[in-house]
Structures are given as structure tokens and as C-alpha cells.
Design a protein around this ligand. Structure first.
Ligand code: FAD
Length: 352
């Protein structure tokens, strides 16, 4: 049975998270889906430790810290998260509702949808060398499910970031052989991990190799390994049973482009009154939308989320008159925020 709900929010970046809050103030509960296994969108995925200087009332805040604060702020509204799954289908129904399906088979029957999908769903960067397509998800993998299954295998890990180095250190003594291939001598991973890996390479526990993958080696349709060029142009054949690629994630608009919504330069066109797309009942906030003067800033996403919430309210219950209420003084808002009574001075944020 599909989950029946007033709203599905696609994307748990800063815009999607703040959307939960703005809907919650109007007493609307939301389900939130994200293709990544954790919330936070670009902030958590691309720059968690970087400081942000243009969030109102925070002269400076770390990107992950901002996400943690948003999660704290939306807690009273108990959003239901469906992580690690991308929404692939969004179909309008004859009764005006929407049917959504995710990559894990979760189905929703929603009155409205808010697309807060940023630059698109984050997906692993693929190995595109000649011959790779034949072995994607057979011998060439982009994640490790059960590390125990790699025991006794000859494996190659591609990458120079934390995931590549963490898995190298985890697997070198379980695999029959492990070769770490990175295109240059410098790594993006934690210096301590790099130091440890180099020590193990010097002791012959694993192989560290610098070069670029040229092609996949196959024989009689069976995977044999990778042909790799070193930085002096020398060609080396590295034999392996399996390859694990950790080249990071790149965003992909993917299925959103097929949902018959008006698109301009890979963004969804919206109005600026309620941030509704070309299909009534489907709204879009944050980096995914476009309108005259649009700026891809977190601040813009927050403003859009506030107005989209009123748009959703109007779509769900067109006859209802909704009055703007201040969170400081409205008893209804206090109730929705889970406050017993008006907040006291002591409840308010203290300097950190
Ligand atoms: P995102 O953060 O992109 O989140 C979208 C989420 O939707 C993702 O998690 C994605 O996995 C998910 N998704 C997409 N498609 C699907 C699907 N089909 N199914 C399920 N999930 C899906 N902005 C500022 O205001 N100030 C700054 O200082 C600043 N610094 C930045 C520094 C860097 C290095 C970068 C890269 C960006 C910076 N930005 C900054 C921009 C800011 O991060 C974005 O504007 C913001 O993240 C947009 O938020 P969002 O919620 O719209 O989208």
C-alpha cells in the first residue's frame, strides 16, 4: 500500500529540511526522501567543514553545523525520512493526487509534492574507460556492502579521498591482494590515513600505484583487471577479481527531467508567489528552481520554503482562510512547536 500523505518533499538539503519547518508551522506533516543515506544535501556532502558567512543571525556557521541546527529546529514536527532512495517516478493521478515511487520501491500517494532536489540526485562518479560498461555492478562496484565477501580476493581500489583510503585500510589484510590506484601523488584523504597506507605499502602489505585507467582487460567475456598508464606514459596491466571505484559523487537531474514539468536550463520553472511548477500541486524550492532574478543561495531556499508552505496549504484546502501568525506570540504556533507555554528568556539561544 502506498503511504498516504499531504506532502512528499524530494530532497533533504537545507531547503528540504527548512521546508519541513515551514509546513509544520501550518500543521502539515511531511515525508522526506533523499537519494543519499544522510540528510544535508550539498552542505553535508560537498563542504561539511567549511564555514558559511551568509546565514542570517549567524556571523559564521559550519555547513554541517547548519544542517544539525536545522534538524534540531524541525524535531517538533517529526518528519519521516526515507533515505538512500531516489524518487524515480512521479505521476499525476486522475483524482488530482500524485503517485511517487522510489528506487527502493517505497510508494507514496501524496496530495502535493515539493521538489527540493538541488542539483539533482547524487550518484557515484562512474568508471568510463573502454570496456567498463560490460562489468559495471558485476566486477566494477561503487560501494561495498558486505566486506566479508572480499576475503581472499584480488581487488583494486580507485580513488584518493577518505572513502578510498578508509576501505584500503579496512581491507588490505582481508583481501588476497589490494592495489590502490590514484591519479596523483597527493591525496584528499586525512593525512593520518595516507601516512598509514604508505607505511603498509612500504612493508609490502598493499600496492600503491599512481596512474590513470586506460581500459578494462577482459578475456572470453570474463573480467581480468585494468590497464593503467603511469605518469611517465608506461602501461601496466593490473590483474584483479573486482574493482571498487571511490571517485566521489556527482549530481544528476535524472528522472526529474522526465516528469513533464517546465524546465529551463536544467531547472524547474516556478512562479514567485508560491513557488509552484508548471503542474499545480507540485512545488519546487532551493537550487532546483528558476525564476527571474534567482540566486542559488541557502537564504533563497529558506524564503521559497516559507511561501511554498502557504501554497501547499492553499492547494490542500482551498476554502480555508489562513492567517499569518507570529511564532513569538501565537498560542497555536507554540502548540505546534511543542511548547507548553510561551518560551521564557532562559529557553532562548545562548551565545556559543
Ligand atoms: P541540495 O543541497 O543540493 O540538496 C538536494 C538534495 O536532493 C540532495 O541531497 C540530493 O541527493 C537530493 N535529491 C535530488 N534528486 C533526488 C531524487 N530524485 N530523489 C531523492 N533525492 C534527490 N550557499 C550559500 O548560501 N552560502 C555559502 O556560503 C555557500 N557555499 C557553498 C560552498 C560550496 C563548496 C558549494 C558546493 C555550495 C555552496 N553554497 C552556498 C550553495 C548551497 O550549498 C546550495 O545553495 C544549497 O545546498 C541548496 O540547497 P538545496 O536544499 O536546494 O539542494
Amino acid at each position: 500500500m502506498p503511504i498516504s500523505t499531504d506532502v512528499v518533499i524530494i530532497g533533504a538539503g537545507p531547503a528540504g529540511l527548512f521546508q519541513v519547518f515551514e509546513l509544520g508551522l501550518l500543521d502539515i506533516h511531511a515525508h522526506v526522501v533523499d537519494s543519499l543515506p544522510r540528510v544535508g544535501g550539498q552542505c553535508a556532502e560537498l563542504y561539511p567543514d567549511k564555514p558559511i558567512y551568509d546565514i542570517p543571525a549567524y556571523p559564521v556557521i559550519g555547513a554541517q553545523q547548519l544542517i544539525d541546527r536545522l534538524l534540531e529546529q524541525i524535531k517538533p514536527f517529526e518528519p519521516q525520512f526515507h533515505l538512500g532512495q531516489a524518487v524515480t517516478r512521479l505521476e499525476p493521478q486522475p483524482n488530482g493526487r500524485f503517485h511517487l515511487v522510489t528506487t527502493r520501491g517505497t510508494e507514496f500517494d501524496a496530495a502535493t509534492v515539493i521538489i527540493a532536489a538541488g542539483l539533482g540526485a547524487f550518484q557515484p562518479r562512474k568508471l568510463r574507460a573502454p570496456g567498463a560498461e560490460d562489468f559495471n555492478d558485476r566486477n566494477i562496484h561503487y560501494q561495498i556492502g558486505d566486506a566479508a565477501q572480499l576475503a581472499g580476493k584480488n581487488i583494486i581500489i580507485l580513488g584518493g579521498g577518505d572513502s578510498a583510503l578508509d576501505w584500503t585500510l579496512e581491507l588490505y589484510d582481508k583481501a588476497a591482494s589490494l592495489t590502490l590506484v590514484h591519479r596523483r601523488v597527493e591525496y584528499r584523504a586525512q593525512p593520518a590515513s595516507v601516512k598509514k597506507m604508505r607505511k603498509l605499502a612500504a612493508a609490502g602489505e598493499l600496492i600503491e600505484f599512481h596512474g590513470m585507467v586506460r581500459e578494462v582487460i577482459a578475456q572470453d567475456g570474463e573480467f581480468r583487471g585494468l590497464r593503467v598508464a603511469d605518469d611517465k606514459g608506461g602501461i601496466h596491466d593490473l590483474e584483479a577479481d573486482d574493482v571498487y571505484v571511490f571517485w566521489g559523487l556527482s549530481p544528476n537531474l535524472g528522472p526529474i527531467a522526465d516528469w513533464s514539468l517546465e524546465i529551463e536550463k536544467r531547472q524547474l520553472r516556478v512562479d514567485t508567489e508560491q513557488f509552484q511548477t508548471s503542474l499545480p500541486g507540485i512545488f519546487a524550492v532551493g537550487d532546483i528552481n528558476t525564476y527571474p532574478g534567482k540566486k542559488k543561495l541557502i537564504l533563497s531556499g529558506f524564503h521559497e520554503a516559507a511561501l511554498a508552505a502557504f501554497g501547499v496549504q492553499k492547494h490542500i484546502d482551498p476554502g480555508k482562510r489562513v492567517f499569518l501568525q507570529y511564532t513569538t506570540t501565537s498560542p497555536i504556533m507554540h502548540k505546534r512547536l511543542g511548547l507548553e507555554s510561551a518560551p521564557q528568556k532562559d529557553d532562548m539561544a545562548k551565545p556559543e
